[in-house]
Design a protein around this ligand. Structure first.
Ligand code: SAH
Length: 216
């Protein structure tokens, strides 16, 4: 398979027609080898317009959703971003080409380690991985210019509200049920003031943690 060609097609036939405009995002999506982030044996499906299973009951998000979230985060080469839910590491890899530093937290050690190995072999040295409960954020490197939740929450975890800078943006799937969610963009306009925009309905796995869902 010619993955470079597949990648170009993904951008030209999925992302651009679906409304992704930001040049840095499109460039990152043309660059990150998604076939290296899917489960072994699924490489041929990597550029399909949909999510794929990655083990542990988790998924690598649809390319369009990754691009959309990346665009909503308003990143520039000077900014830092925290991601909760590393999963395969694909979204973090895309963000790493747009932002200065990416901090990403994953609760499943096996997924976190696998993602870290991928980052090393691809030379993405501005991605920092932590195994733990991302509903508590990652205090050490806060505040972040942007925070992305790659799993769905029923409310914005308190720690994340505190760890985003003023003027910063949070993007997350928000929902009261485990399956009905909206992708929202929340801008922290002042110390305790937030502006929320509902972007589109989405479907993500739930965020499991102290300030999220309980495991069941
Ligand atoms: N961004 C990923 C997709 C992640 S799927 C990618 O591009 O592949 C959601 C991930 O969130 C899963 O790996 C899941 O284990 C993780 N997750 C769920 N709750 C979490 C929490 N509280 N802290 C950290 N990771 C969590």
């Amino acid at each position: 398979m010619d993955f470079e060609k597949e990648r170009d097609q993904m951008v030209n036939e999925q992302l651009i027609p679906m409304g992704i405009k930001e040049a840095a995002v499109l460039e990152a999506m043309r660059t990150v080898p998604r076939e290296q982030f899917v489960a072994a044996g699924d490489e041929d499906l990597a550029y399909m317009d949909g999510p794929l299973g990655i083990g542990q009951g988790q998924t690598i998000s649809q390319p369009y959703i990754v691009a959309l979230m990346a665009e909503l985060l308003e990143l520039t080469p000077e900014k830092s971003v925290l991601e909760v839910g590393t999963g395969s590491g694909y979204a973090a890899a895309v963000l790493s080409l747009i932002a200065k530093d990416v901090y990403t937290v994953e609760r499943h050690a096996s997924l976190a380690k696998q993602a870290e190995t991928r980052f090393q072999s691809l030379g993405y040295d501005n991605i920092h991985v932590k195994i733990g409960d991302g509903t508590l954020g990652w205090e050490q490197y806060a505040p972040y210019d942007a925070i992305l939740l790659s799993a769905a929450a029923r409310h914005v975890p308190q720690a994340l509200k505190a760890q985003v800078s003023i003027g910063g943006v949070m993007v997350l799937p928000l929902g009261i049920g485990k399956t009905e969610q909206w992708l929202v963009k929340i801008t922290k306009t002042e110390a305790d003031t937030y502006a929320t925009r509902h972007v589109c309905p989405v479907r993500f796995v739930p965020i499991i943690g102290k300030d999220g869902w309980r495991e069941s």
